[in-house]
Every structure is written in structure tokens, then in C-alpha cells.
Design a protein around this ligand. Structure first.
Ligand SMILES: NC(=O)C1=CN([C@@H]2O[C@H](COP(=O)(O)OP(=O)(O)OC[C@H]3O[C@@H](n4cnc5c(N)ncnc54)[C@H](OP(=O)(O)O)[C@@H]3O)[C@@H](O)[C@H]2O)C=CC1
Ligand SMILES: O=C(O)C1=N[C@H](C(=O)O)C[C@H](O)C1
Length: 270
């Protein structure tokens, strides 16, 4: 099999540019296309120039269908509305779709699951090896420590430009904790506290969101007992950890049947 041709959508964004650089550096993959939204200042420019790696001979386009027709996969870190649209196009083109976009509604999730009947989709709120390993540790810890004895709180901090909260990673870690406890996350999560909240309700999973500066992504899961506290943390120092994970997911998905997979499947941690 030759190199896998990958389209980067949202090519001018923080993750889009990182993905172009990582594809340029990695073996087994090549940049087959670069897509931005209509009106973007990146349109018509060389994708390599946009990402700061020199000329690659791939011009940024606003025509995803034409780009997908010439590719084996698409790497998508954009917006919920764009990812839903791209899922339909990727299913039509029968190519692999890697989705890192966060902040999706349950309606968006349902549309993506429907597209996965025809396309091989890998979707995760965090594509790094470290966070996915952390999720397995959180699940174990939550299972081992009874809700009556240990409260679970999840704290995250991201850069000032991030638009969704809690982060996709915080929700992924919350899901792992809920699975460890054998409870549903939706019913047990406390996503905001403000004013006279009353005492903490046993068995809930709390979230705290911080935003500021250039923080790439910090997450801590705190298991707080009486007289002792366990903190499981991950600190992302560079966006290339997510981009390398996304490329790894695309290569893994290349020979898989249509379906909706996660990074835990890709990394053998499921
Ligand atoms: N799962 C993971 O491991 C990670 C997930 N993320 C998630 O990825 C997403 C993007 O993050 P980030 O790169 O920081 O955000 P950016 O805003 O920097 O990038 C998003 C890019 O997508 C573009 N875009 C929006 N709509 C379309 C469209 N219809 N067609 C083509 N391009 C479009 C935007 O263009 P414009 O700005 O011109 O509107 C922008 O260039 C977020 O949801 C974030 O949470 C981020 C890092 C890791
Ligand atoms: O928006 C970001 O930057 C990030 N988003 C993802 C999330 O919502 O968890 C992953 C990473 O933390 C960076």
C-alpha cells in the first residue's frame, strides 16, 4: 500500500497548521488536500506556506467534496457544524474521517453516528496517548474507590481562544470515571457551581473550567477522600501530540470496516 493521502480541514487553524506540519514529517502519509471555510484568508495559498513548512504544492480550497474525492482520509479539527457536514461528505466519498472537534451537541453526535454506517470514523475529545492512558487509570481508580468515600472532581485549563466548556477531554475523563462507578455521566455531573450551592451531593462528578493565556491543555482528575487526595493529571505541552495521534488513527482506520471508533480502539486500550 502506498502513502495514505490525507486532507486537512480547517487548514488555517491552530490544529490544522499543526496537522500539516506533522503530516510533512511523518512516514506513510502525504498531504492530499487542505480545506478552509469560504471567505477564509488562507484560500488559494499553499498549505505548506500557511503552516510554515515551505511550499508543498497543495493549495487551500473551499471545495471539500473535490478534495475528499482524491484522498484516503480526512483529519478534522474544526467546529461542530463543519464536522457534521464533513461526516456526510466523507461517507459519500467512502474515506476515513478522523474527528477531533469538541463541543458537539447530542444531535451532532447522532448525525455523526449515522454517517459511520458508511464511513470509518475515529472520534475522540483527545487524540493523545497520554490522555487516553489517563482515562483507563481514572476508570480503575473510580471503580476501586467507593463514591461514599471519595468525591471525583475534574479540573481543566485551556488557552483564552477556546470556545467550548467543559473541554472534550474533561468530558472523556468524566465518562471514564462514570463507567468506573457504573453510573451515567449525564445524570451525575455537576458542570457549574455558583452562589449558595449547599453541600456536595455524594456520587456526583464535578467539573471546573479555567481559561487563559496560551495553555495547550491541562487536565486533573481529583479523587478527594477524608484526610487524603489522589490527583491524576495530564499536561499537554505541544499540539503535535494530538496531530500525531490523529495521523496514527487514520493509518489504523485505513483497513477497518465502517463504524464509529475511539482512540481507545486505536491504541488498544478499549
Ligand atoms: N481531540 C483533540 O485531540 C483536540 C481537539 N481540539 C478541538 O479541535 C477544534 C479546533 O481547535 P483549534 O484548531 O484550536 O481551533 P481553530 O479555531 O484554530 O481552528 C478551526 C479551524 O476550522 C476552520 N473552519 C471553521 N468552519 C469551517 C468549515 N466549514 N470548513 C473549513 N474550515 C472551517 C476555522 O476557520 P475560521 O477561523 O476562519 O472560522 C479555523 O481555521 C476545537 O473543537 C478543539 O476543541 C483541539 C486540539 C486537540
Ligand atoms: O481546544 C483545544 O485547544 C483543545 N481541545 C480539546 C478538548 O476540548 O479537550 C483537546 C485539548 O485539550 C486541546
Amino acid at each position: 500500500m502506498g502513502d495514505m493521502g490525507l486532507v486537512v480541514v480547517g487548514a488555517g487553524g491552530r490544529m490544522g497548521q499543526t496537522l500539516i506540519r506533522v503530516i510533512h514529517e511523518m512516514d506513510g502519509v502525504q498531504l492530499a488536500g487542505a480545506v478552509e471555510r469560504p471567505g477564509s484568508p488562507s484560500l488559494g495559498r499553499d498549505a505548506g506556506e500557511v503552516a510554515g513548512v515551505g511550499t508543498l504544492g497543495v493549495a487551500v480550497t473551499d471545495d471539500p467534496l473535490a478534495a475528499f474525492a482524491k484522498a484516503d482520509g480526512v483529519l478534522d479539527f474544526t467546529t461542530p457544524a463543519a464536522s457534521v457536514e464533513f461526516a456526510g461528505y466523507a461517507a459519500q466519498a467512502r474515506i476515513v474521517h478522523i474527528i477531533g472537534t469538541t463541543g458537539l451537541s447530542s444531535d451532532d453526535e447522532a448525525k455523526i453516528a449515522a454517517a459511520a454506517r458508511h464511513a470509518t470514523i475515529v472520534k475522540s475529545g483527545n487524540m493523545s496517548l497520554g490522555v487516553n492512558l489517563l482515562a483507563t487509570l481514572v476508570k480503575q481508580a473510580a471503580k476501586a474507590l467507593a463514591a461514599a468515600d471519595f468525591d471525583i472532581e475534574i479540573m481543566e485549563m485551556h488557552h483564552r481562544h477556546k470556545v467550548d466548556a467543559p473541554s472534550g477531554t474533561a468530558l472523556l475523563l468524566g465518562q471514564a470515571a462514570a463507567e468506573g462507578r457504573g453510573i451515567g455521566l449525564a445524570e451525575s455531573s455537576v458542570r457549574v457551581r455558583d452562589g449558595h450551592t449547599g453541600p456536595r451531593q455524594t456520587g456526583t462528578i464535578g467539573f471546573a473550567t479555567l481559561r487563559g493565556g496560551s495553555v495547550v491543555g491541562d487536565h486533573s482528575v481529583i479523587l478527594a477522600g477524608t484526610g487524603e487526595r489522589i490527583t491524576l493529571s495530564h499536561h499537554a505541552e505541544d499540539r503535535s501530540i494530538f496531530a500525531r495521534g490523529a495521523v496514527k488513527a487514520a493509518l489504523w482506520a485505513r483497513d477497518k470496516k465502517p463504524g464509529l471508533y475511539s482512540m481507545l480502539d486505536v491504541l488498544g486500550l478499549a
